[in-house]
Design a protein around this ligand. Structure first.
Ligand SMILES: *[C@@H]1O[C@H](CO)[C@@H](O)[C@H](O)[C@H]1NC(C)=O
Ligand SMILES: *[C@@H]1O[C@H](CO)[C@@H](O)[C@H](O)[C@H]1NC(C)=O
Ligand SMILES: *[C@@H]1O[C@H](CO)[C@@H](O)[C@H](O)[C@H]1NC(C)=O
Ligand SMILES: *[C@@H]1O[C@H](CO)[C@@H](O)[C@H](O)[C@H]1NC(C)=O
Length: 478
């Protein structure tokens, strides 16, 4: 569920190049932190990203449904709730409360970026999610975003044990398994919310079990890591300006405990026992991600914090000199090489020392995204130990469930409700070379053995592997 958002990196690149062209017409500008925000002296505000919005929907790709709900009607504040495809009130699912990024100045829970991100996250992790829309600076300077975010969390919690008015939360959310998460400025907010949970103990028996911070936005007056190196200094300066303009009344500026966790006497109160921090090798914020782990561990906090860093950047040979599949071959070799550092083997010290190769993420943009997709499919094609990978995925996605691999949610043979499948005709697709094919056939067996009143057929395609047709759009001829 901890997918990386690379857009922050892209933004940094955009505004670095922008710095060189933006010299004239500055007299009428109060401040300009492109592409986040440009504020004119006459009060006009321009935002260059994250301004589009999409309505809640049924997403046909993932089967995730969403709807908008007001959590503070007096302030006209809204959140978007997401429900995964196979939600079943008999098996409540974990609840994720998500805070979007955007430097406190841009984006919303309703932008296409976050709507798509949450659809994927909810489908992959099988959680119900509440994606919070908080008010933005400069119209609403900090700490308003934190206050809105707390109202939203408190409102969400008010649905514990069937109380409250929101039907999906009442019916499907397991309040014994709540997660907080966010990216960039949203990860900063998630950390504050976790601390407030620890301080105020909302009670009712609600348990926040974990939190993930995706490329968290933290800062500090003193530079750490390579922040003051020439490669980073421009971006770092912009990051700092974002904070100072978003929170003009902060007493301690860049060392405000809200943005520098090393200055926060309440850090030890983080109200969950597991924290995952995701950092990216080329992101100036990565040093703050590692620093967060350091200071959290040095506080008296009682929990485990892990950092996952993606540091490998692959140089692939470009077409047309090389026939197209070479790109994939190079990338595949690079991925296999990366995996060869599993369990301390291999030669690259960083990978051996810091990389958790049981939690590997693939990413890329445009053609790179296509490559990442191909690589993911190859991992699925059994070039790795596919069955083990599948098991790890499940156990990691659902660490808190006792039955593990025999959880009724993943082992249909253990599901007393299987007979309740609410349709009369069921078609199961399996692929001959896929480790999961036996589970497909087994599903037919147990469904037929249950008291279900319907017909189930299995369509097996020989010589193919896991979800091959998603990628090739091949006609199915079993
Ligand atoms: C404010 O100034 C900008 C830039 O000069 C201009 O584009 C905008 O129309 C002005 N807005 C108002 C309300 O005067
Ligand atoms: C309430 O917020 C929505 C967007 O979430 C906006 O379209 C609407 O105009 C707002 N209503 C008021 C009264 O501010
Ligand atoms: C939190 O929710 C409870 C009801 O569940 C309410 O009594 C309380 O006032 C709320 N607190 C805040 C800060 O909104
Ligand atoms: C900092 O930059 C230097 C080169 O400028 C590099 O050798 C070193 O690995 C970098 N350190 C980190 C933690 O990125």
């Amino acid at each position: 569920m901890f997918s990386c958002k690379i857009s922050t990196l892209i933004l940094f690149t955009i505004f670095i190049s922008h710095l060189h062209v933006q010299t004239s017409a500055t007299q009428s500008i109060l401040y300009d932190i492109y592409p986040f925000i440009r504020v004119y002296k006459n009060g006009t505000i321009q935002r260059f990203i994250g301004q589009d919005t999409v309505p809640p929907s049924f997403d046909p790709t993932t089967g995730v449904q969403s709807k908008d709900v007001k959590f503070a009607p007096n302030l006209n504040l809204t959140a978007r709730i997401y429900l995964p495809r196979y939600a079943n009130p008999a098996h409540k699912i974990p609840l994720l409360v998500y805070y979007h990024g955007g430097g406190f100045f841009t984006e919303s829970a309703f932008s296409s970026t976050y709507h798509n991100h949450l659809n994927l996250l909810v489908a992959k992790a099988n959680v119900i999610a509440v994606s919070i829309n908080y008010r933005l600076a400069p119209e609403n300077p900090l700490p308003i975003a934190y206050e809105d975010s707390w109202l939203a969390l408190n409102w969400t919690f008010s649905h514990f044990k069937g109380s409250g008015n929101e039907k999906w939360l009442k019916k499907y959310a397991d309040f014994g398994h709540v997660y907080l998460g966010g990216d960039s400025a949203g990860a900063n907010i998630a950390n504050q919310m976790a601390i407030r949970v620890g301080l105020e103990k909302p009670g009712y028996g609600i348990k926040v079990v974990g939190m993930f911070l995706n490329c968290p936005y933290f800062l500090g007056k003193r530079a750490i890591g390579n922040e003051s190196n020439s490669a980073y200094v421009n971006v770092e300066t912009q990051m700092k300006r974002l904070w100072l303009y978003a929170y003009p009344n902060s007493k301690s500026g860049l060392d405000d405990p809200l943005v520098n966790p090393g200055m926060d006497p309440d850090l030890k109160m983080v109200g969950c026992n597991r924290v995952l921090v995701f950092v990216v090798g080329n992101d100036v914020l990565r040093f703050r991600g590692w620093y967060y782990k350091d200071v959290l561990e040095r506080s008296l906090w009682n929990g485990v914090v892990k950092v996952v860093e993606i540091a490998v950047s692959v140089n692939y040979q470009l077409a047309p000199e090389n026939p197209f599949p070479i790109v994939y071959e190079d990338s595949w070799l690079a991925l296999k090489w990366t995996f060869s550092h599993f369990k301390g083997s291999g030669n690259v010290k960083w990978l051996k020392k810091y990389a958790d190769l049981e939690h590997v993420y693939l990413g890329g943009d445009s053609a790179g995204a296509n490559i990442a997709n191909q690589m993911a499919i190859r991992v699925g094609y059994g070039n790795m130990d596919h069955e083990n990978l599948m098991k790890k995925l499940w156990l990691y996605a659902y660490q808190d469930r006792k039955p593990g691999l025999d959880d009724p949610l993943v082992n249909s043979g253990m599901d007393p409700d299987l007979k309740m499948v609410g349709c009369k005709r069921l078609l199961v697709f399996v692929a001959g070379n896929n480790a999961l094919r036996f589970r497909g056939w087994y599903y037919k067996d147990v469904l037929e053995g249950s008291l279900w009143n319907g017909v189930v057929n299995v369509l097996e395609v020989k010589g193919k592997d896991h979800v091959f047709n998603l990628n090739t759009l091949q006609t199915l001829r079993p």
